[in-house]
Design a protein. Structure first.
Length: 136
């Protein structure tokens, strides 16, 4: 008596697993190399300080995003709040950092950890910083 073997079982199991792996891999690549996605979806973190602009129209809230384990470091997120309409946007993100020095230069310019930003048009994203090594 011959035992019938079928490759259908092999394909039926490994093809869906391969597709799931491929989708996860593509998601990882997009996450790593498309930094704009990250700025909109950063983890909230714990607020560690707030800094009002000289005219008090804006506030920079600084959040510590804790890495939590050995392979992920802490990072700092700077959130700009427009105090007149309560809109918020991330304007600063630095990986491998756990503090922020914030100084307002004028009503429209802030320096966070030595990065000078015009709050209306500038965003600091460590993934776009050409001075940092690729695998920072």
């Amino acid at each position: 008596m011959k035992i019938k073997t079928s490759s259908k079982g092999f394909i039926g199991i490994f093809l869906p697993l391969g597709i799931i792996f491929l989708i996860a891999f593509i998601g990882l690549i997009v996450n790593l190399f498309h930094p704009d996605i990250q700025m909109k979806n950063l983890t909230k973190g714990d607020k560690i300080s707030s800094h009002d602009s000289p005219n008090r129209e804006y506030t920079i809230n600084i959040y510590l995003i804790e890495g939590g384990h050995a392979t992920v470091s802490d990072s700092i997120r700077g959130e700009l709040v427009n105090n007149t309409n309560n809109t918020k946007k991330n304007i600063y993100w630095l990986y491998r950092e756990n503090h922020a020095d914030v100084e307002w230069i004028d009503d429209d310019t802030v320096v966070i950890n030595e990065k000078k930003l015009n709050i209306h048009k500038d965003v600091y994203n460590w993934k776009k910083d050409k001075d940092l090594p690729f695998f920072y």
